[in-house]
Design a protein around this ligand. Structure first.
Ligand SMILES: [Zn+2]
Length: 145
């Protein structure tokens, strides 16, 4: 099993996962560690953030449902990071903008390259991709003064 998925155990047998390194500006800036909680109220996960510039660690105590949300958010951001998207778009040579259909009326809308990063076009890597609604100028809600 991968080293980052090999837990160690507390004296009472609760799992502690290896710390992951934080970096900022190419430098180590602390670490994040997750471990099983012993809370009797139900399954929880402890998250501890150690910032080398802070005096105290920050902690979070997540019920499993919230931990799942956090896991999903990490997956989403990892797979949809704009720099990843940019590289994927370039790999597929989609860099000049594309023509798509208006979600409402079906009329053609030309997307400029700057909007390609917002997820209107499916390129890998993407998790849970769903095209956001795309409206032509006529279907966009008019701003009321
Ligand atoms: Zn339209």
């Amino acid at each position: 099993m991968s080293e980052h998925l090999t837990p160690t155990f507390t004296d009472r047998g609760f799992k502690i996962m290896p710390s992951v390194e934080c970096q900022h500006g190419g430098r180590r800036q602390g670490e994040v560690r997750v471990q099983e909680s012993s809370a009797a109220s139900g399954p929880h996960i402890w998250i501890t953030v150690t910032d080398t510039h802070a005096r105290e660690n920050a902690t979070g105590h997540l019920p499993l449902a919230e931990a799942v949300k956090l896991r999903d958010q990490l997956t989403y951001l990892i797979d949809n990071h704009y720099q990843q998207r940019k590289a994927a778009l370039e790999a597929e040579r989609i860099t000049d903008g594309v023509t798509l259909a208006c979600t409402s009326c079906g009329r053609e809308v030309v997307l400029p390259p700057s909007l390609l990063l917002m997820g209107y076009v499916s390129v890998k890597p993407l998790t849970g991709w769903e095209a956001p609604p795309l409206l032509c100028p006529d279907c966009k809600p008019k701003q009321t003064p």
